[in-house]
Ligand binder design. Sequence first.
Ligand code: DMJ
Length: 683
Amino acid sequence: MYSPVRKDYVALTLRDQYSHNYTNGKQWRRQSCWRKWKQLSRMQRSLILFLLALLLACGIITYPSLTQQWRGLSDRASEDEWDAEDIKGIRPIPPGAVPKVNPDYVPEVVPQKVVPQEVIQELSRPIVPILPKPLEMKKPLPNKRGPPVLQRRGNASDPEVKEKQEPAQKNEGVQEEEKKGEKPLISWRGTVIEAEQATDPPPSVQEKEGAAGPSKAGEAAPLPAASVSPEDRVEAVREAFRHAWKGYKEFAWGHDELKPITKSYGEWFGLGLTLIDALDTMWILGLKEEFEEARTWVKEKLSFNKNVDVNLFESTIRILGGLLSTYHLTGDELFLDKAKDIGSRLMPAFKTPSKIPFSDVNIGKGTARPPRWTTDSTVAEVTSIQLEFRELSRLTNDPQYQAAVDEVMSRVHILEGKHDGLVPMFINTNSGKFTHRGIYTLGARADSYYEYLLKQWLQGAKTETALLDDYLQAIEGVRKNLLRKTQPSLLTFVGELSHGRLNPKMDHLVCFLPGTLALGAHNGLPSEHMELAIELMETCHQMYAQMETGLSPEIAHFNLQPHSRRDVEVKPADRHNLLRPETVESLFYLYRYTHDSKYRDWGWEILQSFNKYTRVPTGGYTSISNVRDPVSPGPRDKMESFFLGETLKYLFLLLSDDEDLISLDKYVFNTEAHPLPIWPSAS
Ligand code: DMJ
C-alpha cells in the first residue's frame, strides 16, 4: 500500500521566533537555544555575533547622553507622580519616559487601554487582585497555537480584515462603565464580580456550602466534592456557554476571537472562527435560538472568497471539521456546501514536491506557501487533517481530498527517523523527510499525529491496518521511552525525549492521551492501554488540583527527586492557561467507559475554576497568565475559539446523563471536538 519516495533536497531551515505556525501553546524553550545555536551555519552565527557587537557598541556610545537626560528629567519628577509604584501590578514608567500632556490633544485612534480611576483605587487596596494587568500595553506573549498570522492578528494585506480590526481598538468598555458611574467590583478571586449579571451561574459548591475563601499560595486548591445535582451541572455548562456567547455576540460577532476584557475582537483568518467552531456545540447543548442566529450569519455573511492566508491545519480542524459535523447533526445542506467550498480552497496546499502539504494557503488566490524562514511543516499539522478530508470525499464522491491526505500518511508511514514509532516534530515539504530529529514528544507539534492514527483507523471501520500498526507501535514507544513516575506521589507522566535524555515536562496538550488510550482500549486494543489511561488521567487532574486557581498550567514539570514535597512544578513562562480542552476531553472518555463518578467531579471542579478565575462579567471568558496566583491570575484578554468548540462541549457531554448523545460507537471526534461519523463497514 505504501510506496517509498526518495527525493533528496538540501533544506536550510531558520526558525522564526515570531512564527509559531503550529500554535499548540508551547513556549520557545530556553533549553533548546543552545541546540538551535549549534544548528546554525558558521556564517549565520558570525552574522548574529556581529549584530550583537554592533548593538553593544551603539549602547556604549549613547549611554552617557541618555543617562544625563534621565537624570535631568528625574529631578523634575515629583514623588507624587510615582504613586503608581505602590499599586500592585502596575509597573512605574521611568521618569521622563512619558511626554508632557497637551490638554488639547485628542488622539485619532485610542489604542491605549484606559484604566478608570475607580479601578486604580480598588487596585491600591491590599489583597485586591489586579484587573488592570491585561489593560497594560504589554507585549503579548506568543501564542504558539497559531501560525505567524495569529501574532499579526489578521492579514494586514487584507483590507477587509484590517477595516474590521480598527473599531476593535477602542477600549469602549471601560470608558462606558466609567461614564455610567458604575464601578466594577473586583473579587478576591481575581475576576470581576458583575454588578448585574443576566446569566448568573448556579451557586458554586463553595457558595452552597458556605466555604468560600481564597486558597493560600503553595497550597493545593481542591474543591469540595460536588453536592449539586447532575441536572444543575449540565445547566451550569449551558449557562457558561451562553455567557461566553453573550460576549462574542456583543463585541466580536462574525470575527475570529473575542477579546472580552477590552470588549473587542481579534482576527486570525477573518472567517468568524469562534462562530463556526461553536456551531455543533450549540446544537448539542440544545441552544436553538443561538444556533439559528449563527446559521443566518453563515448563510448571509460567511464567504471564503477572500484574499487571506490561512493555516491549513487550523482551518481544517476548526472550519472544515466544524461545518462537516454541523452538517451531520442537522442534515442542513448549507453546511455541506460551505464545507465543500473551504475544502476545495485548501487543496493548493498539497502541491509540493514531496506531497507533504505547506502550512499556509491563500484561499482567495489559490496559492500556498510554507511559513517564512522555513520549508518545514509541523508533523502534527500534516497528519491531523485526514479525518476531515476523508469525510469530505465520502460526502462529495470526489476522491481527490482523501487521496491527498492518504498520500501524506503513506509517506509518513515509511519514513526514516522514527524512534520506536515516535515521530520528530518537523517534516520538510521539499524532501518529504523529518527534520530537527532527536526530540520526541506527545505534546505540541506531534500530539495529534498519534490521535489521528487511532481515529482514522476507527473512522474507516478498522480496515486500514497500517494505521493501527503505527498507533500500537507508537504507544509501545511511549511506554518504553517517555513514561516516568513523579515523587512523592508516583504520578505517571509522559516526558519528552531530547537527544537521548528524558526531560520531565509535559504539555497540557498531552492530556488528550488518556482519552485516546481509553478509546483504543474500548475498541479492542490491549487492556494495559486502559490502565495507562487511568494513571495519566490522575496526573492531568493533579495538574489542575495542585494549582492555587484549580487550573492547569500550559506546561508542567515533574519532580523525580525523592526528597521533594511537590510533584508538579511550574516554570514562570509556563504558568498560563488558555482555556484548553484536553483534560476535560479525556475525562469525558474515561467517564463514558468506566462510569466512575470521580471523573465527573473533576470536570465539575474545572468548570467552577473557569468560572472563578476566567469569567469576564460583561461576557466571555479569558485566558489567564498565572494559574498559581489566585489573587492576580492576570487575564490575557482572549477567548480562544476552542473554548466554545471543545472545552464546553466536552464538559457538557461529560456531565450529561444522555450517553446516546454522540455515541462513541457511532462518531469519532476530530481533534477540535467536532464529531464525524464512523463509516459503515463494507462487510
Ligand atoms: C485545539 O485547536 C485542538 O485540540 C488541537 O488539536 C490542539 N489544541 C487546541 C486546543 O488546545
